[in-house]
Design a protein around this ligand. Structure first.
Ligand code: SAH
Length: 307
């Protein structure tokens, strides 16, 4: 399935790029955001994606926009290695997985088709797969992962069932795991598959997504210029809470940023910020109708003020 960019109109409207704007697209994916900025006349777009398979799409954009576009196959937790401090006007994040990743069974992100339990964003750089976690984590660690990263109320029962099934032999495929989870959660006749939350949780754990997001936002804070903005589209509460709390901290609203891993950041506040989204921006119902993936999207935007 073609990946449809989420909240793109809203991102472009709130960041209002001009022909001087240097944009950092931290989650290139199918290039929807990068193309949007280039077509609106941004001076330059630097794009990042941890998944090397998108470099084919990046090359196509490169041939259309020449030196206005560059692509780096790195994690957004490493943006400091490709851009200088105070050099970017607009930084955007569109978190999670793309439709392309979900559609390729061998990547193991989805239960729509059978595939190996993999879920690594960058298989050549990461060793730990979803299969490793499912078959080796303790029952209580599994329950914690599924609860914390998936908001799944039945996390303990799911973890218990996984451990009992794996004692008979390794759990290796997406459909095996999906049916184990479904047997615990049950079908409620809704549109959402009962294994959705568990799969989301595993993906987040495999890719260290929340830690990397937090790391990246702190680097982003240093690399935007005065008046520059940071815009983040999140898709579930774990991501959104990180963005909200870090922004609040920069606004001086909370002394401590929430950190799911327990370390406390308490840096002296010297740079001033302004929140451009008092409430997060969510998609119009027309967008949700056209693109189911957008249903849980939330856009938060913050601006660094001139010193
Ligand atoms: N905005 C894009 C879609 C982004 S989908 C568009 O409109 O086409 C999310 C992308 O983020 C995926 O391609 C995924 O590989 C990438 N991603 C996930 N974690 C990442 C990380 N830590 N660093 C960089 N990219 C990451």
């Amino acid at each position: 399935m073609h990946h449809i960019p989420v909240l793109l109109k809203e991102i472009l409207a709130i960041s209002s790029p001009n022909n001087e704007s240097i944009v950092l697209d931290c989650t290139f994916g199918a290039g929807g955001y990068s193309k949007g900025f280039l077509e609106l006349g941004a001076k330059k777009v630097i794009a990042i994606d941890r998944d090397s398979s998108v470099s084919v799409i990046a090359s196509n954009i490169c041939s259309n926009f020449n030196d206005r576009f560059t692509f780096h196959n790195i994690s957004y937790s490493d943006i400091g290695s490709v851009v200088e401090r105070s050099s970017i006007d607009i930084i955007v994040y569109d978190l999670g997985v793309s439709s392309m990743q979900l559609d390729l069974p061998y990547r193991g992100f989805s239960f729509a088709n059978d595939g190996p339990l993999d879920m690594r964003m960058n298989p050549s750089e990461q060793t730990n797969t979803a299969k490793d976690i499912i078959n080796t984590a303790s029952e209580s660690d599994l329950a914690d992962i599924i609860f914390k990263y998936g908001d799944e109320r039945k996390s303990r029962a799911i973890a218990k069932k996984i451990c009992s099934v794996r004692s008979e032999g390794a759990i290796s495929t997406t459909l095996e795991l999906a049916s184990i989870v479904a047997s615990v959660v049950g079908y409620h006749g809704g549109k959402i598959h009962p294994a959705t939350k568990t799969f989301q949780a595993l993906r987040i754990a495999v890719n260290n997504e929340l830690e990397d997001l937090e790391k990246s936002l702190y680097i982003a804070k240093d690399i935007i210029k005065p008046s520059g903005i940071i815009a983040v589209v999140s898709f579930h509460s774990g991501e959104d809470v990180i963005v909200k709390n870090i922004f609040n901290k920069w606004l001086g609203k909370s002394q401590y940023a929430f950190n799911p891993f327990g370390n406390i950041h308490n840096q002296h506040q010297d740079i001033k910020f302004k929140l451009l989204t008092k409430k997060p921006i969510t998609p119009h119902q027309d967008e949700v109708r056209l693109n189911h993936r957008s249903r849980s999207a939330k856009l938060r935007v913050i601006q660094k003020l001139e010193n």
